[in-house]
Design a protein around this ligand. Structure first.
Ligand code: PAF
Length: 282
């Protein structure tokens, strides 16, 4: 496994691999890897000749009051985990090389980015689509792997890839969960034992909503109200949103139908957590 810090070196390798007709699988990450990331890596290694993982904590997707400075980092541990999974290259660019003096270009998807997480994190998805486009240009992958836990992120990236004719297959992989059902996230590290217990309310509520729909409820506003009540009943939780949205438009649904996502974001103490469930409703 090779650690690559220079963007040009990565691009040279990608071109050489293309000439050799090797397929490249890519897993973009912000590091501090957990089992969820490693599942994406395993899928990539299985489905491609070469796997590249990037580790880059992207400043443009954090708001001024958010945890960019404190975001957990442990490169040595990440490298050990990736080496064990037979990753070929780890791209670890410097912030100054990704966003040099005078940097002025952003990629913005204009649908579904101002709802759900976009409402409380106004420039977040612009930062995500910008860095993901840039990483795609560095790595030139055939396939890129994302976690379904960041469901809105995945759907926005898919929109960008389609709209900009990027010749890349984007793959969503199921959310990895801890015992009890808490979605794995690098931010779970911030939770005290008591908060970790309280955080289970998120997945528990999603599972209830899924059951209500499976039992025949089709009123999106009714489900939303009931989910909000569940989250508010947990003293350590502060609700950001609980919504039933279309996976095509990301808009909230009055009548539940088609490919949908039930999504929740809540602060547990001061840690913001998200989770979601996907359903096909006839
Ligand atoms: O999901 C993440 O970890 C990040 O948003 C991503 C896709 C690596 C872009 O920085």
């Amino acid at each position: 496994m090779e650690l690559i810090k220079e963007i040009k070196t990565m691009q040279k390798i990608s071109r050489e691999k293309a000439v050799e007709k090797k397929t490249i699988g890519f897993v973009p990450t912000m590091g501090y890897l957990h089992e969820g990331h490693l599942k994406l890596v395993e899928n990539s290694v299985k489905e491609n000749d070469i796997t590249v993982v990037s580790v880059f904590v992207n400043p443009t997707q954090f708001g001024p009051e958010e945890d960019y400075g404190e975001y957990p980092r442990d490169l040595e541990r990440d490298l050990d985990l990736l080496r064990e999974r037979n990753v070929d290259y780890v791209l670890y660019p410097a912030v100054e090389d990704v966003y040099p003096e005078g940097y002025a270009t952003y990629v913005q998807v204009e649908k579904g980015t101002d709802v759900l997480c976009g409402r409380s994190r106004p420039n977040h998805f612009k930062g995500v689509t910008t860095i993901v486009s840039k990483l795609f240009n560095m790595v030139k992958p055939h396939r890129a792997y994302f976690g379904q836990k960041d469901g809105q992120q995945f759907l926005i990236i898919r929109q960008m890839v389609d709209d900009l004719n990027m010749d890349i297959e984007v793959v969503a992989c199921p959310t990895a969960r801890e015992e009890g059902g808490l979605a794995m996230s690098s931010r779970n590290k911030y939770l005290s034992p008591q908060e970790r217990e309280a955080a289970l309310v998120i997945n528990r509520t999603l599972q209830k909503a899924k059951k209500w729909i499976e039992e025949g409820e089709r009123d999106g506003w009714e489900i939303k109200k009931k989910m909000e009540r569940e989250i508010r009943a947990e003293p350590l939780a502060t609700l950001d949103y609980a919504s039933v949205v279309s996976r095509e438009s990301l808009q909230e649904l009055g009548e539940i139908k088609g490919p949908i996502m039930i999504a929740i974001a809540a602060f547990i103490g001061s840690t913001r957590l998200i989770d979601n469930v996907w359903l096909e409703v006839k």
